[in-house]
Unconditional design. Structure first.
Length: 86
């Protein structure tokens, strides 16, 4: 069983195996995709934190809670138009 941190030997071994499996052309593409995924995850988790913080602030002051009326969705509008035409 492997216990502990990854040392330089383990990292080199993992990179060598990845190079053998994916080839030299795919490695940069995979790295780019992983980086993009991590950025999107951080952006999404930060957005959730901001939303939770805003909800907490609104729940503390009930005067600030205002609900905006929602426009009908396109499917509702299409169904209504279809029902009216029949």
């Amino acid at each position: 069983m492997f216990i502990g941190r990854f040392g330089p030997f383990e990292l080199i071994l993992i990179l060598a195996i990845a190079l053998l499996i994916f080839g030299p052309k795919k490695i940069p593409e995979i790295g780019k995709a992983i980086g993009k995924t991590i950025r999107e995850f951080k952006k999404g988790s930060k957005g959730e934190d901001d939303e939770l913080q805003n909800e907490d602030e609104r729940s503390e002051d009930p005067k600030q809670i205002t609900e905006e009326p929602q426009a009908p969705s396109r499917t509702r509008a299409k169904k209504k138009k279809k029902a009216e035409s029949n």
